[in-house]
Design a protein around this ligand. Structure first.
Ligand SMILES: *Cc1c(COP(=O)(O)O)cnc(C)c1O
Length: 365
């Protein structure tokens, strides 16, 4: 990392104007209670790990380029979701897939619509790809009212469940958006959808009916493979063809051999996936009860994190955040309008959640 300000004399004017995204901290110290970036508290499927070990065991394999189209993985994903292979696209994490989506679909005359509170990478992509945006305010309870989106649009993007709030929008409402904006691509970023109690919450079901719905998902959260970098998009073959055209215009080998094998094996291990998914949902419910008992107001979460407001008489949320940090418990806090009174807390293991609650009760009493 460069610590002094770089000399930008040789940079293009465009790059000089960019403000990059700042990811949640990945601290180097051990024994921290790390509840700040929504990683899975459990390890990935042992079968996924084994599949990657077998690639490494054959020392020859990495000599060869990977399959440029990740066919085995795409076929496996298509079968898993009842789609055709032509409706599936994969990339290095959904962040890369989202960048491609911004480049392919949103540079239009009319603005891209998105919630005022959502994934903070979206405005960065919009800036990078020179896309004008229109922020639509969430309601006071942090829900989305799709009627507020009744205006000319060059596209719509929203996380569902929303981040950092965890609040879920019904799939019927997404269908309504798709119907009302037939000439715009509606992107539903489902990074956390596997943690919704309702198993029919995904907008993948809408792909058969609407050619303008594009759903992204990731292996980083519910499949515990954030370090592997695999994300995907599901949509009509016409939308997926645009993503492939873009990808193959500068990098035809997006996923490496380990990632393709590991991700495929993870999808095939359905029993492990379901067990851990439900375990996190249960841990979330316990965490919510403990936070409520400490006086927190907690938004209804369909994700592996909660968005919670402490309501303390004297301490501000910022002060509570800093005191947690001093005790080695790291959560996320944004000093931004509307959300600065909230903490976003990732659901941890039983032990991590207990440590959080113990430290919080010391701070608050
Ligand atoms: C974590 C996250 C992503 C990015 O996931 P990767 O696949 O790891 O790039 C995308 N969208 C939202 C809302 C997220 O929280």
């Amino acid at each position: 990392m460069m610590t002094t300000k770089p000399d930008t004399r040789l940079w293009s004017a465009k790059i000089r104007k960019l403000t990059p995204y700042v990811a949640g901290e990945q601290p180097k110290a051990d024994n921290l209670c790390k509840l700040n970036t929504n990683e899975n508290p459990f390890p990935p499927s042992p079968k996924a790990v084994q599949a990657m070990q077998s690639v490494l065991a054959d020392g020859q394999t990495l000599r060869l380029y990977p399959d440029p189209e990740s066919d085995e993985l795409c076929q496996t994903l298509a079968q898993y979701h009842g789609l055709d292979r032509s409706q599936v696209f994969v990339g290095n994490g959904s962040d890369e897939v989202l960048a491609f989506i911004f480049a392919c679909f949103f540079a239009k005359e009319r603005p891209l619509l998105m919630p005022d509170i959502s994934y903070s990478f979206y405005p960065v992509y919009a800036q990078t790809f020179e896309i004008q945006t229109q922020l639509i305010a969430l309601k006071d309870d942090f829900s989305i009212d799709t009627d507020d989106y009744r205006m000319p649009s060059g596209g719509i993007i929203l996380p569902n469940p929303n981040a950092p709030t965890g609040v879920l929008l019904g799939v019927d409402k997404i269908a309504k958006l798709a119907k009302e904006h037939p000439n715009s691509v509606i992107v539903v970023d489902e990074a956390y959808i596997d943690y919704a109690d309702d198993k029919t919450a995904s907008a993948i079901a809408l792909i058969h009916e609407f050619d303008n719905v594009l759903v992204t998902q990731t292996f980083s959260k519910s499949r515990a493979l954030a370090g592997l970098r695999v994300g995907m998009a599901f949509g009509s073959a016409h939308l997926i063809a645009a993503l492939s055209t873009y990808k193959n215009s500068f990098n035809s080998y997006p996923l490496d051999r380990l990632a393709q094998k590991g991700a495929t094996a993870s999808i095939l291990d359905e029993a492990y996936f379901q067990e851990k998914r439900l375990a996190v949902i249960n841990l979330r419910k316990e965490l919510v009860s403990s936070l409520v008992a400490l006086g927190f107001e907690v938004l209804p979460s369909s994700a592996n994190f909660v968005f919670a407001k402490p309501n303390h008489a004297t301490l501000s949320t910022q002060e509570i955040f800093e005191k947690l940090r001093e005790q080695g418990v790291i959560v996320r806090h944004w000093d931004k309008p509307r959300i600065k009174e909230y903490l976003r807390i990732t659901v941890g293991t039983d032990e991590q959640n207990a440590r959080l609650i113990e430290v919080l009760s010391q701070i608050l009493t």
